[in-house]
Write a protein that binds this ligand. Structure first.
Ligand SMILES: [Mg+2]
Length: 277
């Protein structure tokens, strides 16, 4: 993640020097990106339904529910019953084991866009076994750290969709390599979130403009996470659930330096290596 922060800053700087948007620099082609939301485990199902209602009213195109043993089939059933037509997916963050396979097959009845990372965070083999039993596409998130992982997962048929996170794969270079590997093999990708501030969010937006980001990502509005974001303008999602891409040079969002200064509690200076020649 630290490497991604540094590498992405350099991509951003390069785009500013070239006078083009970061999206353009990385080869992005989409002028708006579709947005989804990730909804965490709530205290009760009625509470969850209330949260989803609010997110749908805000325009989000896809609802992803976090699931775990004890908070899954009944929850999905209630949500699907209430909103039969919405694009719905779920994310288990490795909450299940292979012995839960029969239980996970029950998820097929809910017409989910995908089930994300049902098994171990570092696994391909058992996901491949599970995918053979499921109609619902498996999406891998935690298992994918680089292009090599993506190729292994695709080759083993461990997933049909890949979630790309800039922080997880270490920056734009590897994210683009994963994107291209998936695209060449007909595997759609989407951009996950890691509770970024506006700067990381801006990078996620640029990444999501690549051609094979065909599914709504977890890239949502600043206001969903922050009372006040550290960028301006803040990230806005339209009533149609889309974010418009800025074509100003670089990431397209300015850092509110005075706000960062105000929020700073500790400072550390890292001396850059002096490069010779
Ligand atoms: Mg995930």
């Amino acid at each position: 993640m630290a490497k991604a922060a540094l590498e992405n800053a350099i991509w951003d700087l390069e785009a500013q020097r070239e006078g083009i948007s970061l999206s353009k620099l990385i080869g992005g082609v989409q002028e708006t990106i579709p947005c989804g939301v990730s909804v965490g485990i709530q205290a009760s199902i009625p509470e969850l339904l209330g949260v989803i209602e609010k997110e749908l009213a805000a325009g989000y195109q896809r609802v992803k529910l976090k699931v775990k043993p004890g908070w899954d089939v009944e929850v999905l059933e209630r949500v699907r019953h209430r909103w039969p037509g919405i694009t719905l997916s779920c994310d288990a963050n490795s909450a299940y084991k292979m012995r839960d396979a029969d239980h996970l097959v029950e998820f097929d009845q809910f017409d989910l866009l995908m089930i994300e990372q049902p098994l171990w965070h570092d696994d391909f083999y058992y996901h491949s076994m599970l995918q053979k039993r499921l109609e619902t596409p498996i999406c891998l998130d935690e298992s994918i750290h680089n292009r090599r992982d993506a190729l292994a997962a695709i080759e083993m048929e461990s997933c049909k969709i890949i979630n790309i996170k800039l922080g997880r794969v270490g920056g734009f270079s590897e994210a683009i390599a994963v994107h291209n590997a998936a695209q060449e093999r007909g595997i759609p990708v989407w951009c996950g979130g890691m509770l970024e501030t506006g700067i990381g969010r801006a990078h996620n937006i640029a990444l999501s403009t690549l051609e094979n980001f065909t599914l709504p990502g977890d890239v949502s509005a600043s206001a969903r996470y922050w009372a006040e974001d550290i960028i301006e303008p803040e990230v806005l999602v339209s009533a149609q659930g889309e974010i418009a891409i800025h074509d100003t040079p670089g990431r397209g969002y300015e850092v509110r330096a005075e706000l960062v200064e105000r929020l700073t509690v500790r400072k550390e200076t890292i001396r850059a290596l002096e490069l010779v020649g």
